[in-house]
Design a protein around this ligand. Structure first.
Ligand code: GAL
Ligand code: ZN
Length: 669
């Protein structure tokens, strides 16, 4: 059963590592005082604390954690309690090397860093289960604890013998017989036919590396492994208190596992967002992370938690630039606008040593609350208290963008076009950007059976290379029933198990889209290709399909540069009660912006604010509250209809809102 987080406040706080400061009792005292000053109400404790919790095998030390949690709770601060499985103690790696991960070249890692475990190792599972269970028994009913933080940023995979064995079991279950596997993986190619399950090894740089279908199955398997591990941890902690929800922190643009699938295993979605503000175009930086916020909200169709963000700078970008004044509040309101019920940080206090000693923190090495960062963090804490009514509220979207991890893998592993550079995420983001900058709310869906498109008015399906889960039937029904569908080049090329569809493409959708693909062209950077529409001419590529569109209205044709000059490039087709657009070539941002502006007008899609905002200013709505955010790097004036109150400043705004650099308002009518 899924447990929701039932707080009456936005979580504000972050990763707290008292285990690094046990020899500094005065600092631990001071932390709580500073947290209260910063309006911190929740901290994530114990994420990498295994060595402090179990200094010797089987000997737990909870005394320090008792003191920390009690001290926090006395000050009214809640705890997001972590299981420590993200990093293991040295004694464990020394005694049981099997807990460590085996790499792609089949060599085993040594002790060090973190996120380095084998998910199959029975020893590791046993150790994790034991400590999780001990933690849950001790703290599962502590009034301070409101959430379990399972491990940390699960990622990667292991290729040890145990994992290989599980991979074979996974394949056996999936395909039933070797014959079926051979058929799906097309192993007649290069004489790769398997005659014994034992011949199958994980894909590797030293072995099988050239089977795209196998790679996609490996990623599915890795997802399953991770789900399995999470389930094991979840059961261990919820055994003591089934009411306490669990989360695990997810990552930006992460590709190892299918997050839609992973999210089924947890109660609350949370993730870590580290935009490179000030690196160039802040609007694009914002859009990149906004998409991810909307995606995280979409994973379970419920509010999510921003589990980590930096209060100032990170230490792992190539350039680690602190946030400029105002950016902290602005960048913290962005996730809240898009459905977050928290603003949490990495990290509360900078360590004295270690790899992250120079990573931004609420409290720096000076140890005071007298810094710009501390003041801006406090401001966010105060702001969140003014938005309490928004808590747990959903966002309603009329638009759905299909984004599917399995499709992403299929594109990544396909050896074609611009190999290794299919730009699926960038393409999804470009379509999203054209909608998001207009103030339109967007949901994401993948191709699972549960996906239901019927509540949407516009479905955008960029590069739907793999069709699975019966999505083609859903898209057909959607358009037939009056919806508007936008599809692009590289649609309907392969099926779920990687085999190409035989016959016309886009498979099963040629009549819906009114087009048929004749050829796919890929261009070099120096090659020119353009799209000509009534609005003018723009550059397209490097992927350009040559299509036949006998029944569709041709809105744009290819310019004169290539041999397919004058043939259809952008089409529109009436189907049933609805319509379907097809973009045969990759369009640039300006072209997409223009296309979706027109479409939004035609469909009268709901926007957070009517009219057009200055470039770089974005409005997004959550439950009737409009977040007006200035990412332009300059002061901006926005025209407004009616009288509004800015929930942050308490001031009334009418006719015009003046937004300073990095300014943000949360407007209510
Ligand atoms: C996250 C990680 C944290 C910390 C942070 C630094 O990815 O979960 O433990 O390393 O990055 O930005
Ligand atoms: Zn393994």
């Amino acid at each position: 059963m899924s447990q929701a987080l039932k707080t009456s406040f936005f979580l504000h706080g972050g990763d707290y590592n008292p285990d690094q400061w046990l020899e500094y009792p005065e600092i631990l005292e001071k932390d709580v005082e500073l947290m209260r000053r910063a309006h911190v109400n929740c901290v994530s404790v114990g994420i990498f604390a295994w060595a402090a919790l179990e200094p010797e095998e089987g000997k737990y030390d909870f005394a320090w954690l008792d003191r920390v949690i009690d001290r926090l709770w006395k000050a009214g601060i809640h705890v997001d309690l972590a299981t420590p499985s993200g990093a293991r103690p040295a004694w464990m790696a020394q005694k049981y090397p099997e807990v460590l991960r085996v790499r792609e070249d089949f060599t085993r890692n040594h002790f060090g860093t973190r996120h380095n475990h084998c998910p199959s190792s029975p020893v590791y599972r046993e150790k994790v289960r034991a400590i999780d269970s001990a933690l849950a028994e001790r703290y599962g009913h502590h009034p301070a604890v409101l959430l379990w933080h399972i491990s940390n940023e699960f990622g990667g995979d292991c290729r040890c013998e145990l994992c290989a064995k599980r991979f074979r079991e996974f394949l056996r279950e999936k395909y039933g017989s070797l014959a079926e596997l051979n058929r799906s993986w097309w192993t007649a190619f290069w004489s790769m036919r398997y005659t014994d399950w034992e011949q199958i090894e994980p894909p590797s740089t030293r072995g099988q590396s050239a089977s795209p279908a196998m790679w996609v199955d490996w990623r599915r398997f890795s997802t399953k492994q991770c789900r399995d591990f999470i389930r094991m941890e979840k059961e261990a902690v919820q055994k003591w208190n089934p009411e306490l929800p669990v989360t695990t922190n997810l990552m930006h643009r992460f590709g190892d596992y299918d997050y839609f699938s992973l999210a089924e295993e947890i109660d609350v979605v949370s993730w870590d967002s580290y935009p490179a503000w000030g690196s160039g175009d802040d609007l694009q930086v914002a859009c990149d992370h906004a998409m991810e916020h909307d995606l995280m909200r979409s994973l379970k169709r419920q509010p999510f938690l921003l589990m980590e963000s930096t209060p100032s700078m990170v230490n792992w970008h190539t350039v680690n630039k602190p946030k400029r004044p105002g950016m902290h509040l602005l960048s913290s309101m962005l996730p809240v606008a898009l459905g977050s019920d928290s603003v949490m940080y990495f990290q509360w206090r900078k360590g004295r040593g270690g790899a992250e000693m120079f990573h931004g923190a609420v409290v720096g090495h000076d140890g005071t609350g007298e810094t710009r960062t501390f003041r801006e963090v406090t401001q966010v804490g105060e702001a969140l208290e003014k938005l309490t009514q928004l808590l747990h509220s959903e966002r309603r979207a009329e638009v759905c963008v299909l984004y599917d991890w399995q499709n992403r893998w299929a594109l990544d592993y396909a050896q074609m076009g611009r190999r290794g550079d299919q730009k699926y995420l960038e393409t999804v983001n470009a379509h999203y950007r054209a909608l998001w900058t207009q103030g339109i709310a967007v949901d994401f869906c993948d191709m699972r059976e549960v996906t239901d498109l019927s509540s949407y008015r516009l479905v955008v399906a960029p590069m739907l290379f793999m069709l699975r889960g019966g999505i083609e039937e859903k898209l057909r029904a959607f358009a037939e029933g009056g919806g508007c569908l936008v599809a692009t080049y590289l649609t309907g090329v392969i099926g779920e198990n990687g085999l190409a569809w035989l016959g016309e493409t886009p498979h099963a959708l040629t009549d819906v889209l009114g087009v048929r693909v004749l050829e796919m062209d890929t261009l070099y950077d120096q090659d020119a290709c353009s799209l000509v529409t009534r609005d003018g001419e723009e550059r397209v590529g490097p992927v350009c399909e040559v299509i036949d569109a006998p029944d569709a209205d041709v809105i744009g044709t290819y310019g004169p540069e290539q041999f397919y000059a004058g043939t259809p490039c952008l089409t529109r087709h009436a189907f049933g009660h609805g319509k379907a657009f097809y973009m045969a070539a990759r369009m640039g941002q300006e072209g997409l912006d223009r296309f979706y502006r027109k479409l939004a007008e035609e469909l009268r899609l709901k926007k957070a604010l009517p009219g057009r905002l200055p470039e770089g200013v974005v409005a997004q709505e959550r439950a009737g509250w409009v977040f007006l955010m200035n990412f332009s790097g300059a002061e901006q004036r926005c025209r407004l209809d009616g009288r509004w109150t800015d929930a942050l400043s308490g001031e009334t705004v009418s006719a015009e809102a003046l937004l300073p650099v990095n300014g943000v308002m949360v407007l209510r009518k």
